[in-house]
Design a protein around this ligand. Structure first.
Ligand code: DAH
Length: 363
């Protein structure tokens, strides 16, 4: 695991009241206060992001062969600990500690591709609500129906609170920890946008928590994605920027329900990008090379100066059977002009490490 990731621990952007992520977090917490009564839902936002593989995967029933367990997708601290890849990692432990209605917000970490909407650290909010058997018995309804119907109503209300009167649709989904599982999408600025995932919690989790006679719903959402659309923030790296031109545009309390009359982010002129292409033959064992690994090498050398890494050409040499890739790396700072010198230096380091760590042959 590399320095540029480790040093993000403790930033806690979601705990900064005047930061866009902190603002969205508060708005959602306020919605739950308004909907269920003040402090009915308890908010947790300082759970440490290094968790056991048990918490991150097993406790929420992620199957042993699921891709998210691979070291290509998740940052391993050691064999049995990871940087959490979702806030769902805390569901079981919170239930065991006695929480019954709660929200958990925190930074989560994923190895991934690089572009304007992906950063290896982002923020999620998890919500869980447990039902007592008396709740469905009194109403004379099925427990799962009760949980699902309330979940849908609550989250539709949340979406309306955030986005106003938008068109919404529910899409069937799969999560290992819920059944049924679904995703909520809203029609926003001409396209369907996925807002969150949710479902009725698998009984196995409740049983593990000693709550086998109860039912629960759960949801999870990404704060960056919401903040990007609600505030018109064009690049996910801006959330990490100290530039006053960014930070001074956000203030606790600025959110207006439904996005109505709310100030949007006013972009300041961008600094010019610097493009570098790199062509190479994949290693003999082609699966040793992955785009996520390449992105990690680039992030390692460039930190937040990299804006995008994309495959622009690929072909196979029929004679040798080897495959060539060409990736374009776009460098750009959110805060200043880059010099040729520093980019050449970074690019050189990237090329060296591609050979040393990924086993490619540069062309
Ligand atoms: N953990 C899921 C993710 O990271 C999000 C999620 C989906 C959380 C459904 C939930 C849930 O609690 O019920 O993609």
């Amino acid at each position: 695991m590399t320095d540029h990731i480790v040093e993000k621990i403790g930033y806690n952007l979601h705990k900064r009241p005047d930061h866009p992520l902190g603002i969205i977090k508060s708005v959602i917490e306020e919605y739950f206060d308004a909907t269920y009564g003040k402090d009915t839902f308890t908010s947790f936002d300082d759970m440490y992001p290094i968790v056991s593989t048990y918490a991150n995967f097993d406790s929420v029933l992620v199957p042993p062969d699921h891709v998210s367990r691979s070291a290509n997708d998740t940052y391993y601290v050691d064999e049995s600990n990871v940087l959490r890849c979702h806030t769902s990692a805390h569901q079981l432990e919170m239930l065991k500690e006695g929480a019954r209605k709660f929200l958990v917000t925190g930074d989560v970490y994923r190895r991934d591709s690089i572009d304007a909407t992906h950063f290896p650290v982002f923020h999620q909010m998890e919500g869980v609500r447990v039902f007592e058997s008396s709740e469905w018995e009194e109403k004379g309804v099925d427990a799962v129906d009760l949980a699902r119907d309330e979940l849908k109503a609550t989250l539709e209300g949340l979406a309306t609170h955030l986005f106003g009167e938008v068109e919404m649709r529910w899409v069937d989904a799969y999560f290992p920890f819920t059944e049924p599982s679904m995703e909520l999408e809203i029609f926003f600025k001409g396209e369907w946008l996925e807002v969150l995932g949710c479902g009725v919690m698998e009984m196995k989790i409740l049983e593990e928590a000693g709550l086998g006679d109860k039912r629960a719903w759960a949801f999870g959402l990404g704060l960056e994605r919401l903040a990007m659309v609600l505030f018109d923030v064009p690049d996910i790296r801006l959330f990490w920027s100290d530039d006053r031109r960014f930070t001074k545009q956000f203030k606790a309390g600025m959110f207006r329900a439904g996005g109505v009359d709310m100030a949007k982010f006013k972009p300041y002129s961008k600094y010019p990008p610097c493009l570098k292409d790199v062509s190479f033959w994949l290693p003999e064992e082609a699966e040793k090379f992955t785009e996520n690994n390449l992105c990690e090498v680039v992030r390692d050398a460039a930190g937040a100066l990299v804006e995008e890494v994309k495959l622009i050409d690929e072909f196979e040499n029929k004679k040798t059977g080897r495959t060539s890739n060409c990736f374009r790396i776009v460098y750009r700072s959110m805060e200043r002009s880059l010099t040729d010198e520093e980019i050449n230096e970074i690019q050189e380091k990237v090329r060296e490490n591609m050979v040393a760590q990924l086993g490619v042959e540069l062309r």
